[in-house]
Design a protein around this ligand. Structure first.
Ligand code: SF4
Length: 176
């Protein structure tokens, strides 16, 4: 106790500095809102579909809510369209789950990062793609194969009905 009394002023100064450094650090590097180790899976449910996903990281920085998506591999000149769509889906998922609209997102490649705005245009694009996908897969007749992956068809639950299956044996996957 004598020690505390003796150095009370110094202790208070150190505490104040620790707090100042902590707040500066948080302001610069952001406060983590969601990360890859978060248990919660973001979800958007309608009568037609359920969309789920887990973005790599969500930070609150300078008053902005930012979704980060990290991509390995070659750095492109501009972000790949499917990566932008994925981020757009995360914008919707985060907003639906947390009732807070993210301001923008960052797609971070090895050598460069790209800022993607959370616009209504991107939101509509994602929702239209989902509707297209639902239409295209609403009946096995409508399925258009977009790959040449034998294994994918082999394990697919639609293979017994799919006219585009690469697998000749049409035994339903669940009977194997
Ligand atoms: S069987 Fe093959 S082509 Fe048909 S839906 Fe499944 S994965 Fe697609």
């Amino acid at each position: 106790m004598d020690f505390i009394k003796l150095y009370l002023k110094e202790i208070v100064i150190v505490c104040v500095w620790v707090l100042i450094i902590y707040f500066i650090f948080r302001r610069i590097f952001g406060k983590k809102v969601y990360g890859q180790y978060s248990d919660e899976i973001l979800k958007y449910e309608t009568d037609d579909f359920i969309l789920t996903g887990k973005p790599d990281r969500v930070l609150e920085k300078f008053g902005n809510l930012i979704i980060y998506e990290y991509k390995s591999g070659k750095t492109p000149k501009k972000p790949y369209e499917d990566h932008v769509i994925q981020l757009g889906a995360y914008f919707i998922l985060f907003e639906e789950t947390n009732k807070k609209r993210p301001d923008f997102g960052i797609i971070k490649y090895n050598e460069k990062e790209f800022r993607i705005e959370n616009t209504d245009e991107l939101k509509n694009k994602v929702l239209n793609l989902i509707q297209d996908y639902l239409k295209q897969t609403s009946h096995p007749e409508f399925i258009r194969r977009n790959h040449n992956n034998y294994g994918k068809c082999h394990h697919c639950r639609f293979r017994s009905e799919c006219k585009q299956s690469l697998v000749l044996n049409k035994v339903p996957a669940h009977d194997i």
